[in-house]
Design a protein around this ligand. Sequence first.
Ligand code: C2E
Ligand code: CA
Ligand code: CA
Ligand code: CA
Length: 281
Amino acid sequence: AKHDGRAHFQYFAPEMNVEMLARVQLEHRLRKAVIKSEFYLDYQPIIDMQTGAVSSVEALIRWRDPELGIVSPELFIPIAEETGLIEPLGEWILNQALADLAQWHAQGHLLNLAINVSGRQCIHPTGSDFYQLLRSALTRHNIAPNYLHIEITESMLIDDTPHCLKALKAIRELGIDIYLDDFGTGYSALSYLSQFPISVIKIDKSFIDNATSNQSDAKLVKAIIMMGQSLELPLVAEGIETEAQWQFLQALGCHYAQGYLMSKPLSNHNLIAFLNNETAI
Ligand code: C2E
Ligand code: CA
Ligand code: CA
Ligand code: CA
């Protein structure tokens, strides 16, 4: 989708800097999309490696532009962050995902829900706005805080430490677990793990990709899992695509798995079918 988008912009104005034009156009279209709600959520199951059960689902935003088609979140989330559009968008994501979660719970699927959160959403002068937003959304949808996780990245912890720390502590005290996403990329200062109220570590897909084919990646994954175990932090391995990767991670005692091997991100409708199928087996 990324390449389709770029080709499209190039077609309109070949003399202009493609990146620049893409950026300006995307921002313009993104503003419209926020007003017109051209978004939807997919949900990717996260599996308990001991039991094989679906433990939680990660909400992943999708944008379908009438002309561009599906635009990757890797492309538009950074623009939403820079422009501040992430605030209304983030609020929409939270409400939509909690509405869906309430529906699954009503059907007897007591899942947990993971939401991706950008630094910009959390960094207010006091950090209390984001905390209040989470709290009131949970109340509105009548969901206990322990069913919700937020996923943050290391860059968010670097950006504005005191304010962010304050907000995250309040959020954690409310009962919302905080997952450290994309672990191992970025700066990975290990002090974050004790300094911030992190509950779970997600090992980045880039390490999982070659864990069964490359000795040094295998060693890195082992080291990350051992570190998690000694800090008593459960781990999620993301981007598992092969049976060999599953076996490797399970043998090391990794707790949770996410990846195309088990399931791609699913629409609400297909997720329910997936869950019903699981319980039927
Ligand atoms: P992420 O948070 O690391 O999400 C995991 C990404 O890996 C998702 O891509 C997912 O579809 C993909 N993935 C999972 N398993 C596999 C696999 O086995 N193979 C492959 N090739 N890919 C796999 P997606 O949905 O395109 O999202 C990309 C990024 O965009 C996310 O990375 C996250 O940083 C951001 N994003 C997505 N949804 C949201 C959102 O609602 N809010 C915010 N702030 N960011 C979001
Ligand atoms: Ca994530
Ligand atoms: Ca990730
Ligand atoms: Ca990632």
